[in-house]
Unconditional design. Sequence first.
Length: 182
Amino acid sequence: MESIEVLVGRIGKPHGVRGDVTVDVRTDEPERRFAAGAVLQARAPQGSAFPHRTLTVARARWHQTVLLATFEELTDRTTAESARGVLLHVAVPADESPEDPDEFYDHQLVGLAAEDLEGRPLGEVTGLLHGGAQDILTIRTPDGREALVPFVKALVPEVDVAGGRVVIADRPGLVAVALDED
């Protein structure tokens, strides 16, 4: 069975001197994805000298609202600091979907047709940017422009993966070019 890699987190700053790190969680299943023994694919930021391709979770725990993780490969504060910004992925079957019907994997969204509320074409979803406050859909418009749409219910009220489309409550200048009124 074919599998794909799904982003589950990003390593933040070190916590303490024993190699613990904060994790910016990007999954609805942190207890499953960061369970002891889980092996995660590690993707270092461009230009980083981080040597590891995988990281093995030794333990993870919540400290207030922050996930703290200890990885077998990060044994002290110095190695933990070198992991800052590393993206963590897991392999999932290509046909698997998140349990929550309002959650989607990136690969499910890329390639979907973007339409406005009346069904007029706005373009195609070409990617998803994971931001701190919210995710952002990248839309390639028919005239070749790139538009960024916050992936929030007010602006993206419908995602129909089976139907191959997302509905965008377009605002002037968000995706379609805003026309000046004379």
